[in-house]
Design a protein around this ligand. Sequence first.
Ligand code: C2E
Ligand code: MG
Ligand code: MG
Ligand code: MG
Length: 284
Amino acid sequence: KAKSGGRNTFFFYNANMQVLADQHLSMEKALHSAIDNNELYLNYQPQVNQTHHITGAEVLVRWKNPEHGFVPPDQFIPLAEETGKILSIGAWILHEACSQLAQWEKAKLCPKGFRLAINISPKQFEQTDFISQLINVISSTNVNPYHLELELTEGILVKNLDALTTKMDAIRQMGIALSIDDFGTGYSSLKYLKKMPISQLKIDKSFIADLLTDTNDQAITGTIIAMAHHMQMEIIAEGVEDIPTVEKLTSMGCTHFQGYYFSRPVSAEDCTLLLQQEILPAKA
Ligand code: C2E
Ligand code: MG
Ligand code: MG
Ligand code: MG
């Protein structure tokens, strides 16, 4: 069976593709009831400064399903975006993360300036009632909004600039920080960036992986760091896996780090232990 997918394009469906389509559908179905079946949970990955003190943590969602096993977020978040399921999943993550933050606050485990960073997908951010969702979750969990940070991707920086700026201003007014995730991989206009009330740029891990040897990655990373400094934004590198990379980044002026060298993403319980310890990597 052949189907036209536009001019000069033909897709030939074969058995393999049918299997993929079936898998997609069955995963979509499973994802639909993932919240109700308690299949979602959160991991936390610490972020540190140049003295390796914990300054924050990123919330990373996990999905374990009886049929599909462990499905990485790179797979199911795009699927959830596609189906709109991201709205209820995103709301669940927001509430769960703030409940955990409230516990850490109560236990006095949040150092000065601590921020819990939550990934927000474009569809979620674009909801007209997103601000009131934030207000509600903050008041119901009783967390300090100055302990919160939202990670947005460059994808949201390309449309409806005025509405976007208004929304971002409102969020900043509440005390919540805004960070641009995977910076350098998207297609945001630098002209837009400077008008936005953005607190931090997060250098994508694809520029960090080969930083020690790849001069292009060094040039890109150096440029992002310089730009952040000029625009008075904070800077964090993600995907930092070894100490020479930490040292290289430090010499380039990078102030914050996140990556396997310091800690993998861990359960809330394990993150509690790391917060008690304050400095990473953990002693054996
Ligand atoms: P991201 O927000 O850029 O998250 C960073 C990813 O890098 C995470 O993958 C993390 O586990 C991984 N990582 C951390 N340190 C290192 C390192 O040293 N080396 C390497 N190679 N990787 C490292 P993860 O957890 O698989 O998440 C992948 C993506 O899925 C995230 O990328 C984000 O785009 C999305 N995602 C995860 N959790 C959420 C969520 O709660 N909400 C939304 N909307 N998206 C999420
Ligand atoms: Mg931070
Ligand atoms: Mg992120
Ligand atoms: Mg990232």
